[in-house]
Design a binder for this molecule. Structure first.
Ligand SMILES: Nc1ncnc2c1ncn2[C@@H]1O[C@H](COP(=O)(O)OP(=O)(O)O)[C@@H](O)[C@H]1O
Ligand SMILES: [Mg+2]
Length: 249
């Protein structure tokens, strides 16, 4: 299972990503959580200790290493398209509570979005990750920028988190259409922050061209929680469990 979670900012990407990680781990799968959002929130949502997260260096900050791997250091601008990346996972992922977390960070090379050596390595790494682990959950940057850089092109599923409001629904359409262009095999939505069945119906109707894998109710326990209260929050666990079951099916 290789799943990229996308959606508008604040729609619940990190919340759903953390939930899916916990759900797959509870089912006995080896899970790798990948924080591909420059805000780096996934570790907190998963309850990793602050001291551990303070020490994490996002992969994108390892500029010299990335340049070396891409072979671009002394090559006058040329670099390898298939750099060796397998060890980066072992040296840079952190582990807590049976979950591994890799913080990607973001490359902000001026004008270099797609082809700078750092991104070549990050992309190779994503490709490697998604071919090694049993469950990889990528918590993506808001909007569609990350897809544009191709980080999510090797996933099985693109899950788009949608809230019942027009902006969120519009963003979901844009992300879905970009995902299709990039050839992501399966694209689906998860409704979040649903306060009534009318909310859910509205999302399903407006995005009827996309399969809806589940709906997560508006949940005061999630609202201001530093970490997703997985053990305590039965209703969230159940809603995420339904998404997981739909993904497996
Ligand atoms: N179903 C929900 N009910 C209540 N609050 C939610 C729900 N889903 C997410 N939240 C809250 O909304 C905020 C944004 O969620 P988050 O997962 O960080 O969004 P994103 O990663 O898309 O920016 C967080 O404070 C989170 O706790
Ligand atoms: Mg987030």
């Amino acid at each position: 299972m290789k799943i990229a979670v996308a959606g508008k900012g604040g729609s619940g990407k990190t919340t759903l990503s953390a939930g899916l990680c916990r759900s797959f781990a509870d089912a006995g799968l080896k899970v790798l959580a990948v924080d591909a959002d420059s805000n780096n929130c996934l570790g907190y949502a998963l309850g990793f200790p602050q001291e551990m997260l303070n020490k994490v260096v996002p992969l994108s900050d390892l500029r010299e290493t990335l340049k070396e791997r891409a072979g671009s250091k002394d090559s006058g601008g040329f670099f390898l398209l298939a750099p060796e990346v397998s060890d980066l996972l072992d040296t840079h992922a952190v582990e807590h509570g049976g979950l591994r977390l890799l913080v990607m960070g973001m490359v902000t090379e001026p004008g270099g979005g797609c082809v700078c050596p750092e991104n070549v390595v990050l992309r190779a790494l994503t490709r490697h990750l998604v071919s090694q682990e049993e469950a990889v959950i990528l918590d993506m940057e808001a909007g569609v920028e990350h897809l544009g850089r191709g980080t999510a092109t090797h996933v099985d599923w693109l899950l788009i988190v949608v809230e019942p409001n027009p902006a969120s629904i519009r963003t979901a359409q844009r992300i879905a259409s970009l995902g299709r262009t990039m050839g992501v095999p399966k694209i689906g939505i998860v409704a979040n922050n649903v306060k009534s069945s009318a909310d859910e119906d509205k999302i399903r109707a407006e995005l009827a061209n996309l399969p809806c894998l589940g709906a997560i109710p508006h949940d005061p326990m999630l609202e201001n929680a530093a970490a997703v209260p997985w053990e305590k929050d039965e209703s969230f666990r159940q809603a995420v469990g339904e998404v997981e079951a739909a993904l497996r099916k």
